[in-house]
Design a protein around this ligand. Structure first.
Ligand SMILES: [Mg+2]
Length: 396
């Protein structure tokens, strides 16, 4: 690699739209139609562009503070200094970069993209090469859609799951935990059961069903027991965040699953902001969870490399959280999913692409692997044009 430097960086807010309105989950009110992606793009001397989104930094930051951060972290820096690479595979942060990446894992994804594009290699290869031919994905847009359409009730969720099947999806995740906040606990559990059984009936036996309670069954072990009993015949692939992570709670859940003969995975960890924190390490060491879910963009590729090193040999699988990462998150997840040995399934918001070039082909519920350098995606400047009015650019 010649001595390319990063000559300019822009930060642009771009709304990514869903294909429908998304309802509540166990605690958060309606998600709505849109989320904002804080797109960051760093351009090098030869015109190569590395892309990511800085949503985590912007959660508490301002445009002004984030630009100051990007200026210190990236502007004027040599591209070959971004990552440490040995025999074509990334081994860690480039010199002096660790402090910038530590709380901003999303920036490591930009680094893989830019380095890959400058070197003409795929980020999948920088991560050690593909482990799979395609990356399975699931539709994660089945919120409490029954609350958006009360007259249809649980049938509304079943109808939307059937639509996902028609659109080519082979796995769906259902938000449950209605009794956590929006309904009385018992009535909420009954609705959850109706939703799960209704969806299974609608999509048939070949579609994987995951459920996610966002802790909606906390302090309700009797109801959790009944829920698991009733939905086990519907063949649930994983139970996510049924309760807040605790060793005793997860031991109880293991017992409930065993009692009803469920082979479902137990998954959690999306709330772990500093993985792997002590409680999650306890769950992993105790063999109490099967999948671990820190956010893919929040922790980035270097963060996830570190997580997977620690998970090696535990049997716990990689299932990164991706909700809220919009269209960019799908591209970032495909790369990671392709390179991760223990990856299960990509959480896909199915955001309508507006500022990025086309996704790889989606066949039988899985994305084919991108073939281009870096993440295999570029800014589509015709789609980007209307958003350039809100662009904030810094240059050397
Ligand atoms: Mg979740």
């Amino acid at each position: 690699m010649s001595s390319e430097i990063i000559e300019s960086v822009f930060l642009t807010p771009i709304p990514s739209s869903y294909r429908k309105e998304l309802g509540k989950n166990a605690y958060i009110d309606n998600i709505g139609m849109q989320r904002l992606e804080w797109v960051v793009c760093a351009r090098s001397s030869s015109g190569a562009e590395g892309i990511s989104i800085a949503n985590r930094l912007m959660r508490e930051g301002t445009v002004e503070s984030t630009l100051a951060y990007l200026k210190s972290a990236l502007l004027g820096r040599e591209v070959e200094q971004l990552l440490e690479i040995s025999e074509g595979v990334v081994t860690g942060a480039g010199p002096g970069m660790d402090r910038w990446y530590r709380r901003n894992g999303w920036m490591t994804i930009l680094a893989f993209d830019l380095v890959g594009k400058v070197q003409g290699v795929s980020a999948i290869d920088l991560l050690g090469g593909p482990k799979h031919d395609s990356v399975p994905a699931y539709d994660t847009t089945l919120y409490f859609q029954d609350f958006l359409n009360p007259s249809r009730g649980a049938q509304q969720v079943a109808d939307e799951a059937y639509q996902a099947l028609t659109d080519g999806w082979r796995a769906v995740k259902l938000k449950i935990g209605r009794g956590g906040r929006w309904m009385l606990p018992e009535a909420g559990m009954e609705r959850d059961i109706d939703v799960v059984l209704g969806v299974r009936e609608a999509v048939g036996s070949d579609v994987k069903i995951y459920v996610d309670a966002n802790f909606g069954y906390d302090n309700q072990f009797d109801l959790l027991d009944r829920f698991i009993k009733e939905v086990t015949p519907a063949d649930i692939f994983w139970f996510e965040e049924m309760i807040t992570h605790s060793v005793d709670g997860y031991k109880q859940m293991r017992e409930i699953l065993a009692k009803y003969g469920s082979g479902a995975l137990l998954t959690c960890g999306e709330v772990d902001r500093d993985p792997i924190s002590e409680i999650f390490q306890d769950l992993i060491d105790g063999g109490l969870i099967d999948g671990y879910q820190p956010d893919i963009v929040g922790h980035g590729y270097l963060g996830w490399m570190d997580i997977e090193r620690q998970l090696a040999g535990t049997g716990v699988r990689t299932i990164p959280h991706n909700f809220g990462n919009g269209s960019f998150g799908t591209y970032a997840s495909i790369i990671w999913g392709a390179a991760s040995e223990t990856y299960v399934s990509l959480e896909d918001e199915r955001a309508i692409p507006c500022y990025l070039t086309a996704l790889p082909e989606f066949i039988k519920g899985a994305y084919t692997l991108p073939t281009g350098p870096g993440l295999g995606v570029d800014i589509d400047y015709s789609g980007y044009a209307p958003h350039s009015k809100h662009e904030n650019r810094i240059t050397v």
